[in-house]
Structures are given as C-alpha cells and as structure tokens.
Design a binder for this molecule. Structure first.
Ligand code: AMP
Ligand code: MG
Length: 343
C-alpha cells in the first residue's frame, strides 16, 4: 500500500474521502497523532488493529466534533459527564459512557462501555465535520512503541500500512488524553493526562485515581484495558532514578562510567536544571522542571530519539508528579517497565 502524505490543509478533503471509503488516515490531535477510521465500520476498525499490531481487547476512543454526535453513541449522559463536557470539551479529556448497540463491539474491545473524546485540534475537528462520521482513533504508532507527536514518527511506524498521513506539525500536549470513567459510582481517572486531577476537582466534588495506577506491584487489574500492556517503550532499556538530585546525579554518572568501560552506549533523560551535570555523549533534556507542560510535550520524541542514536540504556530522572507530572511519570514508568532505582 502506498501511504499518501497530506501536508497541505487545502487537501484535507482527500483524507475525508479516504475515511468515508473505509480507509485509515493518521491525523494530528492536541495530545498525540491518532490513527483514524470510521468508528461505525467494523472492517475499517479491524484494519486499525492490524496496522498497529494492537491486541483486540484494547478498546479505541471515538472522536466527535459536535455534541450532537454523542447522543446516538451513548445510552445515558450522567450529570457529572455534562459538567465535565461543559468545562473541558473540546480538549484532552476522554469520558467513558454506557454504549448503545450502534457502536461495534470491536471498537469497545467487547465492553458494554464506550470511550468518547471531543478533541480541540482544528485539523481533527475539520476532518470529523467533513466526513460527518465519529472517528475511532488510537495513537498512530506501532503498538508498544512511544506515541508519535509528529508526522515523521507516524511515517516511520506505519508507512505502507495505512492510506494517508496528515502532517499538521507538533502535538503540543504530548501525552494522551486523561480518561475518566463515570459509569461505576465514584468518578475515576483510568489514565492520567493533560487534564489533571486538580482541574477535574474544580468541577466535580470527588474524583479518584484507579487504584491500579497507584499500585507499585502491578498486580491490581487496571480498568482501562490498555493500561495493562507494555507501552511507550523504546528499544533501549530505560531505568528511572529516584532520590535527592545530588545522589541521583552521582549514581547515574557511576553507571555511565561502568557502561563506557563495557562499550555500552548509554544516555540520560533529564531536565534543564541537571543537564550539565552528567558525563555522557547522549544527554536529552525535556525542558525546565518548572514547566511540566514542556516536559510532557517532549517526552515521547526524546524516547524515540534515543532509538535513532542507537542508545542501549537510558538513565532517567524521576520528574515531579504535580499536575501533568502524574501523566509524565505514568508514561515514563511504563516505558521503563517499572524499573526504578531508589538512591
Ligand atoms: P489510545 O487510543 O492508544 O490512547 O488508547 C485508548 C485507551 O483508552 C486505552 O488505554 C484503552 O484501554 C482505553 N479505553 C478505551 N475504551 C475504554 C472503555 N470503554 N473503558 C475503559 N477504557 C477504555
Ligand atoms: Mg496508544
């Protein structure tokens, strides 16, 4: 299959035509690039799973660009959902609803519920409106790899496997949407993202984190099926160091020295405040620790850059879990397979 690159917004109608005909198109959103198909077309949806190599029990998020598109997809809209929609849509927030039978079971991974988001990115909104279709869209990467925040990374993973890629520059949030479940009692965050728990608490009286997100032993089953899979992993082995700055720097430098002696290429993932303190040829700073949004925006691209550089081991700082930091550390800990070293 030849993958068409669409880098001119004037040609967005070509992407709409492909989607209406049952094809697959990667599209920029504010979180990461998404791989879109008509959510109501089982065959198109099955091709998303194939192109990504995604397990079939990992459901997809459906994207809409108009509140009227929601009604036919969901059985019931709780008051809490209306409040969240009013405050955070369009934006990087996904809500879980009881589904209607209109939504194919394959989109929902066999569940009775469905995940819906109204993205804020103008290209994604335009495309949904042009097709008039709800679009199922997981991240546009090979399953298990770091999500793509630009068109080049989508091309690397999916060239020849999908019909087209719309190049719309960088995704500025950089981590996937926050997922909130409103179907089972207390509103619950199933995946931390760009909309933080504190922001949600300004609108709802209570909202808790899925206990599986907080468990250190990884034995509690997460309620978002996708959260149980290895994810965001570069080819390099990632290790996270937690402790005082000074001790972390010392421990990482000691590990770098050892690696050098064994001819192992190793790199450091850090922030602007510490980047001058490490002895390595492969140091990537994600930005200042005082601007966590910048750190979130650069995380996945940095993990992929280490692969470009053929780095075998990555020593990462532990970033603050304040605000969007909980999403940053959720992704980083998964990319490290929860390999954390306390110093
Ligand atoms: P991605 O689109 O690649 O960001 O992945 C979508 C995420 O949404 C995965 O972690 C899924 O498990 C989660 N998800 C989608 N639908 C549901 C649902 N009905 N209930 C719980 N989690 C869901
Ligand atoms: Mg994904």
């Amino acid at each position: 299959m030849h993958t068409l690159m669409i880098d001119d917004q004037e040609k967005l109608y070509m992407a709409a035509d492909i989607l209406r005909a049952g094809g697959l198109v990667a599209v920029p959103t504010e979180t990461v690039y998404g791989l879109c198909a008509n959510a109501l077309d089982e065959h198109a949806v099955s091709n998303i799973y194939k192109a990504k190599g995604r397990p079939s029990d990992n459901p997809l998020i459906i994207h809409i660009a108009d509140l009227e598109m929601l009604q036919p997809l969901v059985a019931h809209i709780p008051d809490s959902a209306s409040l969240l929609m009013e405050h955070f849509w369009p934006g990087p927030l996904t809500l879980i609803f009881e589904s209607t039978s209109l939504v194919p079971l394959s989109v929902r991974g066999g569940l009775s519920t469905v995940a819906i988001r109204f993205p804020s990115h103008p290209t994604m909104q335009d495309l949904i409106r042009m097709t008039g279709l709800p679009l199922a869209a997981p991240s546009a990467n090979t399953s298990g790899k770091p999500s793509p925040t630009n068109a080049k990374r989508v091309f690397e993973d999916l060239n020849g496997k999908i019909d087209a890629i719309v190049d719309g520059g960088l995704s500025t949030v950089g981590v996937e949407s926050t997922i909130v479940d409103l179907t089972s009692g207390t509103p619950t965050i199933l995946r931390p993202g760009g909309i933080t728990q504190d922001m949600l608490l300004e609108v709802l009286d209570t909202i808790i984190m899925d206990p599986a997100l907080l468990s250190v032993d990884a034995t509690t089953k997460p309620k978002a099926p996708g959260m149980k899979y290895t994810h965001y992993a570069p080819n390099a082995e990632v290790m996270i160091y937690k402790g005082d700055d000074e001790k972390v720097v010392e421990a990482i430098n000691a590990a770098l020295l050892q690696d050098k002696a064994h001819n192992i290429y190793s790199g450091v993932l850090c922030d602007d405040e510490t980047k001058s303190l490490f002895h390595s040829d492969f140091i990537i700073s994600l930005g200042s620790r005082h601007t966590p949004c910048e750190i979130a925006m650069h995380l996945f691209e940095a993990l992929r850059t280490f692969d470009d550089l053929k780095v075998q081991k990555v020593y990462a700082l532990s970033f603050s879990t304040e605000g969007v930091g909980s999403a940053i550390m959720n992704r980083l800990e998964k990319s490290a397979g929860h390999h954390i070293i306390y110093v």
